[in-house]
Design a protein around this ligand. Structure first.
Ligand code: ADP
Ligand code: MG
Length: 334
């Protein structure tokens, strides 16, 4: 018979929340594969292959700013890494490894389980391993630094666009913004259409294979994170050129194409969160661009031309001027 039979049951103390180091060990530590040394020491060690340059980039995700509190943790894990891989893609770099800095309001194991699952699923798909990070208590904030490799001198840059280049984008643009508008209540979509748009918003696919295939083909590239017009503006400025775009040629999903034209234009031109590649290549390399797209299994669409005259000129499919009333996202001007 148990000792305390008959007396009031002794209260079971609540389980101790996982500590910082147990949390790292349980959710963010896996054996190093490519890295010479992974999680657990003061630094990780990565050996670079001869002839390769290290490409590195860092992107932070802040709740309410970059994602809605309603997002499933596994989708957040995916997206936090996807937006960083997208930067490597834009440079034509192959992903190697990443660091993860996390501020968490509390230890929520269900959240950590989902987040790490989404994160590692994408990491594994690209052979990109988690080699370190930092973990602290605070308002939810996720900051990833990625490391990739690109053969010396072959990185795709924003500054390489030349007059006469064709301007291309991969995939379709605008769905992430369309989903955001549904959350904001300004657009209504059928259930399936919303699910498709939401997928684009919460689980973007970084165009890593395309970026790599465009090495030596594209003159310039950028990933579209703040809206097409804002991001092409960066390419034009860094390259000292201008461009003419056919706004009706910008590829969009069937769901978005079913919306009023003003919504289509706002979403495709100023949407943001697309994580498609925008790149330029000379017309003589059009076949090589098509081959790269085939190899990467992603559609690419020509949407305009780089011109000597600086500035951006927008036309519709009939060649009529379109007033430029949109601008790219700017955190301090939004
Ligand atoms: P230090 O104090 O030396 O910076 P920490 O005590 O913060 O190291 O972290 C211990 C180890 O765990 C380090 O190797 C660090 O890179 C790793 N680490 C911390 N947080 C994370 C995380 N969220 N994901 C992966 N590794 C992490
Ligand atoms: Mg630390």
């Amino acid at each position: 018979m148990p000792e305390n039979a008959g007396s009031a049951p002794r209260p079971v103390p609540p389980p101790m929340p996982l500590g910082e180091f147990d949390l790292i060990a349980r959710y963010f530590t896996r054996p190093a594969c490519r890295a010479a040394l992974g999680v657990g020491d003061d630094c990780a060690l990565l050996a670079m292959a001869p002839g390769m340059q290290l490409a590195t980039s860092c992107d932070m995700l802040v709740e309410a700013r970059h994602f809605l509190p309603t997002v499933a943790p596994q989708h957040l894990g995916h997206k936090a890494l996807a937006v960083n891989l997208s930067d490597l893609a834009a440079c034509g770099a192959r992903p190697l490894a990443f660091n993860l800095a996390l501020a968490l309001p509390r230890v929520d194991e269900a959240w950590l389980e989902g987040f790490s699952r989404g994160l590692f699923a994408l990491a594994d798909a690209y052979g990109c391993e988690l080699i370190g990070g930092d973990t602290t208590q605070g308002p939810l904030n996720i900051c990833i630094t990625v490391f990739g490799e690109v053969p010396q001198g072959q990185a795709l840059l924003r500054s390489g666009a030349r007059a006469g280049d064709d301007v291309y984008v991969s995939g379709t643009l605008g769905d992430a913004r369309l989903a955001l508008e549904v959350f904001r209540g300004t657009v209504a979509l059928e259930r399936e259409a919303f699910a498709a748009a939401r997928l684009a918003m919460e689980q973007p696919q970084p165009r890593v294979a395309l970026g790599i295939a465009l090495r030596g083909v594209a003159h310039s590239a950028i990933d579209i994170s703040d809206g097409l017009l804002g991001d092409i503006g960066h390419v034009l400025q860094r390259s000292g050129v201008g461009a003419a775009l056919d706004v009706d040629a910008v590829p969009r999903s069937a769901v978005l194409a079913g919306q009023p034209l003003a919504v289509q234009r706002e979403c495709t031109l100023a949407g943001g969160d697309d994580y498609e590649l925008l790149f330029t290549a000379p017309p003589v390399r059009a076949d090589a661009v098509r081959a790269a797209a085939l190899q990467a299994r992603v559609a690419v669409t020509r949407i305009g031309r780089i011109e000597m005259d600086t500035g951006l000129r927008l036309r519709d499919g009939e060649g009529r001027d379109v007033a430029q009333v949109f601008r790219g996202f700017d955190h301090f001007r939004a």
